[in-house]
Design a protein around this ligand. Sequence first.
Ligand code: CA
Length: 230
Amino acid sequence: MSALILIVEDESPQAEMLRYNLEKEGFRTVVADTGEAAIQRVDVEIPDLVVLDWMLPERSGIDVCRELRARPETKTLPIIMLTARGEEGDQVLGLEAGADDYVVKPYSPREMVARVQALLRRAHPEAAGPINEYAGVVLDRETHKVTRNGTAINLGPTSFRLLEVLMERPGRVYSRDRLLGRVWGGDVFVEPRTVDVHIRRLRKALNGDGGADIVRTVRGAGYALDAGKV
Ligand code: CA
């Protein structure tokens, strides 16, 4: 069955345009016009991806995003935040709230569809040799699960893919550009700062139980997995 996209947007012409373009590409869609309606809708059926407008009446998109991230069943649900704000700080705030990606309004429907497809690909990567292990961290591509010293670690699709790439060659330094290409794909434009935000999130998830930090920041160069740094 085709992926179900929940569109959370209070301006109905915008919602209809998005619905039209996503359905044209074969997606199923459902529209919620308030944050509360979105949460209720998710209670009925968890979608495969949410396109979430920031500016909503009453509850903001940020607030809805935080609530979805706080619930176990939607903790890793792919979310694209729609923002009318051009300031970089606001976009980072959207990512900090737990969104996987953001698109600034006004956007082209074609770009939005590309973003949706790219994020769904990250959420469901093809299996490529199922298990990778490094420094007590085990990544299983088939079950999409990560553990550290046997403890389960919840990662969103982008953090999972980021870890997957870093684990290919522990110790190797990956530049932000390289990570952008490997994790986000070359077909969408993503701010290099987005990599930093996702690295912070990955680091926080991996070190949640107080374990040693195995993600090394190489100033001016990029990031690497390195258990020898501590
Ligand atoms: Ca709006």
